[in-house]
Design a protein around this ligand. Structure first.
Ligand code: SAH
Length: 250
């Protein structure tokens, strides 16, 4: 299998346009990731997207678009502690780790079998150093003293609306750190931002970056939203498991 030469060439051009250097080693790792993802997807449900071009754009490239926020790019280059909350099949965490080997990434999900898969991938690609696998719900992890307010950056893609997501993610961010939400189209994201105003201020966050853009090949509009943590999160957040999604703060 492996990603075909034309798809790899296009992927290289796309990520270079984000300002990310793509040497042979990086491209080879993404190609290997594609093989392992497709093989494992035969035996467990990891992704509905399996076409090589779509995987390269909608999973791999998309996972790296958070660097459009240059503060986030600098943090990742510096090798800070990053949490990928609700990582699923490892997006955006695995592509980030491939591009930024110094980043210390904690992969969090409430479903153990996805984490077992991620562990295998990290080992197979030889990028497990500095990575932690964490089977937990965000609502519990946010109260764990080893995790609460310890991450310089928390990322999350396709997990929940911005209000709910802020309650999952901001308790984990250290004061002065950032939370980056990888969202869909501009209109929907702006409506989520409006609904999340109260949550952001209660949780100690301030919106500092918002940018919408189109994926290559007309594969859809996406929006990157970055929130800076300006104040410590009150102890009562996150609320108990289930509440942030059932009754988003508003
Ligand atoms: N980020 C991945 C997966 C998105 S699917 C991607 O973009 O492809 C959402 C994932 O979030 C699922 O794997 C689900 O198990 C996880 N999840 C949902 N709510 C969660 C919570 N409260 N705590 C931890 N993980 C959660």
């Amino acid at each position: 299998m492996a990603l075909s030469a034309p798809v790899l060439a296009e992927f290289k051009t796309n990520i270079e346009s984000l300002g990310l250097p793509a040497d042979e080693d990086v491209l080879q790792k993404f190609s290997q990731l594609f093989d392992l993802l497709i093989a494992k997807n035969e035996v467990m449900n990891l992704t509905a997207i399996t076409d090589e071009k779509e995987v390269a754009i909608k999973h791999f490239y998309d996972s790296l678009t958070l660097v459009k926020d240059r503060k986030v790019m600098e943090l990742l280059q510096s090798g800070c502690r990053v949490c990928d909350l609700g990582t699923g099949a490892g997006f955006p965490g695995i592509p980030i780790k491939i591009m930024f080997p110094k980043a210390e990434i904690t992969f969090v999900d409430s479903v153990q079998k996805k984490l077992t898969y991620i562990d295998e991938i990290l080992t197979a690609l030889g990028i497990h150093e500095g990575c932690t696998i964490c089977h937990s719900r965000a609502e519990d992890l946010g109260h764990d003293p080893d995790s609460r307010e310890t991450f310089a950056l928390v990322t999350s893609r396709a997990v929940a609306n911005l209000s709910t997501l802020s309650e999952y993610c901001l308790p984990l961010v250290k004061v002065g750190g950032y939370f980056t939400a990888m969202k869909g189209d501009k209109v929907q994201t702006e409506s989520e931002i409006t609904s999340a105003q109260k949550a952001l201020s209660l949780l100690g966050g301030k919106l500092v970056f918002q940018q919408s853009f189109d994926l290559p090949e007309e594969m859809g509009e996406r929006t990157i939203v970055t929130v800076r943590k300006i104040k410590s999160t009150p102890k009562k957040f996150p609320r108990k498991a289930g509440l942030p999604s059932k009754e988003p703060l508003k």
